[in-house]
Design a protein around this ligand. Structure first.
Ligand SMILES: *[C@@H]1O[C@H](CO)[C@@H](O)[C@H](O)[C@H]1NC(C)=O
Ligand SMILES: *[C@@H]1O[C@H](CO)[C@@H](O)[C@H](O)[C@H]1NC(C)=O
Ligand SMILES: *[C@@H]1O[C@H](CO)[C@@H](O)[C@H](O)[C@H]1NC(C)=O
Ligand SMILES: *[C@@H]1O[C@H](CO)[C@@H](O)[C@H](O)[C@H]1NC(C)=O
Length: 513
């Protein structure tokens, strides 16, 4: 019965073609620009360097905290990326850090070892759980609900000296590739406010892209760390499953397969900070296994390249992103001495079916309709007219889930075949598009089937970094994805750092002309 899904997806491609001009026209003249950066000398320091400067008392934690809070206040009225802040507590904590550094008997090495993030401001996606702050996640019926404890990762960040500034927006129930909800409204893309920052870690993406955050914590079940990184021109890393604790994340299904799909990971503006954050976030035993800090010799790395998946249901990858993939591969192989391996990952072309069916047949995808005794069909019709208490995005996810569950065949055998094809070993990475193109307009997601490239890494349990590669001719960020075999996260991070050197990494959003 996969024919039904095929027809639907092809229809979506046609609808995308027809509706594109409408979206362009509807957005005309509605664009807002961010104010220019103040405190550039602070906001443009990477977290690794910033932590060092704070430790050495070259810069005060308070000064840093104030600079970020100022930037957040400057941009948030335009971005709408915050659910709830804790600025007052953060400023108090920053003062405590400065006082602590005046009197501590620990050596600088000891501080670096035990408190590697001391004084560094961190933003957190709402669903990761910060004690005392909102844990509503865009669902009207959960409004006012706060986290009773810190999520395990958040606690770790705090114990390593990080200063949490706020929790940022997610789509309703953290299920969508765009960030809007009836609770928080739309979050906007800093590079063009008529576009979405992506989702589900969209609040984090927007804050990082606009220099209102340096390092952020997000989660990823089907691309939610990597799509916002692509759309907002920053870095993110989806770790190997189970190396970063999920405890405290909401929602969290019981199906053991959840632990394979869903991961918590970092978003950063500078590539080197992915390593810093992974060292902080991984649980200690796994951290040793990952050898995150071990130097990677690029000359030993095999590069595989997927420029585009070949499947009639898949939208074309934009020329800008194809070019970025091509240039990345060229740079790594011709200049940096990596070895190019020509290999056609045939089974990956059907990712949409195989990985999609793995995801949507998870046993207990959080079901807001069931919790609230709502009727599927009624809410679906109402949501199309923006009249349901649920967003159309959430209803859309449930529709897709039903389609996979009812009409799509058994892909267990094909999934195994796909796993067999991934033979990256301890020295192979795939360079491929993060998604089909740069950020699209708000609500355009329904016509853009953007997730095949993203969901591959979740379904196969592979680590994957999103790497920005500059801006396209419209001034929107583009980027590539770097995938490695399980537990080879350090290869993704090493390649990300190398590509940052080549492409220049994060670029500030445009000023009004
Ligand atoms: C950005 O916004 C303006 C609307 O003022 C629009 O004309 C332009 O095409 C947008 N760029 C993209 C990439 O959507
Ligand atoms: C971090 O920033 C410092 C100062 O700008 C720079 O020298 C250093 O190379 C950066 N670190 C990394 C690992 O890129
Ligand atoms: C990059 O593009 C060039 C020119 O179109 C092509 O010859 C080359 O094979 C491409 N490289 C990769 C790795 O796809
Ligand atoms: C799918 O097929 C596999 C064998 O390929 C079988 O073991 C499994 O039980 C099937 N699953 C369902 C839900 O039918």
């Amino acid at each position: 019965m996969e024919i039904l899904l095929t027809i639907l997806l092809v229809l979506t491609r046609i609808l995308d073609f027809i509706t594109e001009p409408f979206f362009k026209c509807a957005a005309k003249n509605k664009r807002l620009y961010l104010p220019p950066l103040k405190n550039e000398d602070i906001l443009k320091i990477n977290a690794t360097e910033l932590a060092k400067k704070i430790r050495h008392k070259k810069i005060s934690a308070l000064e840093v905290c104030k600079a970020y809070i100022q930037r957040i206040k400057d941009v948030n009225p335009i971005l709408n990326a915050i659910v709830e802040d804790r600025f007052r507590e953060a400023l108090r904590e920053a003062k405590q850090v400065d006082a602590y550094l005046q009197k501590t008997s620990l050596t600088l090495e000891e501080i670096e070892k035990f408190k590697p993030l001391l004084g560094v401001p961190v933003t957190v996606k709402e669903s990761c759980g910060v004690k005392g702050l909102s844990l509503c996640c865009g669902l009207l019926s959960r409004k006012g609900f706060t986290a009773q404890t810190d999520g395990e990762v958040v606690a770790k960040i705090k114990s390593c000296g990080g200063i949490i500034l706020l929790v940022s927006t997610t789509p309703e129930l953290v299920i969508s590739w765009e960030t809007w909800s009836h609770v928080n409204g739309y979050t906007n893309n800093p590079y063009n406010t008529t576009c979405t920052p992506g989702g589900s870690s969209g609040g984090e993406g927007a804050l990082l892209g606009s220099a209102a955050s340096l390092v952020g914590i997000g989660s990823d079940i089907a691309g939610s760390l990597r799509l916002p990184a692509l759309f907002n021109g920053v870095f993110s890393h989806k770790p190997t499953p189970k190396v970063v604790a999920l405890k405290g994340h909401w929602p969290l299904g019981e199906d053991p397969k959840y632990q394979q799909f869903l991961v918590i990971g970092p978003l950063t503006r500078y590539a080197c900070d992915l390593r810093l954050m992974m060292n902080v976030m991984c649980n200690d035993k796994k951290c040793a296994e990952l050898k995150i800090s071990e130097r990677v010799d690029l000359k030993q790395i095999n590069i595989f390249c997927i420029e585009e998946l070949h499947d009639i249901t898949q939208p074309k990858v934009s020329d800008s992103i194809k070019k970025a993939v091509n240039e990345s591969v060229k740079y790594l192989t011709e200049i940096k001495g990596c070895k190019l391996i020509k290999y056609n990952f045939m089974s990956f072309n059907k990712a949409m079916y195989i990985c999609g069916s793995e995801l949507y047949t998870l046993k207990d995808i959080p079901d807001a309709l069931k919790w609230e005794n709502a009727n599927f069909w009624t809410e679906l019709v109402l949501s199309i007219f923006w009249k349901s208490r649920f967003t159309l995005n959430l209803m859309y996810a449930y529709v897709i889930q039903k389609i996979y569950q009812c009409f799509v065949g058994n892909y267990t055998a094909k999934y195994e075949e796909m796993k067999q094809e991934e033979k990256l070993g301890d020295n192979g990475v795939i360079i491929l598009p993060t998604s089909i193109g740069p950020a699209h307009k708000h609500n355009q997601m329904f016509f853009k089937n953007i997730y095949a490239y993203l969901i591959l890494a979740n379904a196969l349990g592979l680590p994957a970094s999103a790497v920005p590669c500059g801006l396209d001719t419209n001034g929107m960020p583009i980027g590539v994805q770097v995938i490695a075999a399980p537990y080879q996260d350090r290869l993704c991070l090493a390649v990300a750092e190398e590509l940052e050197r080549h492409f220049g990494g994060w670029v500030p959003p445009p000023k009004k002309k």
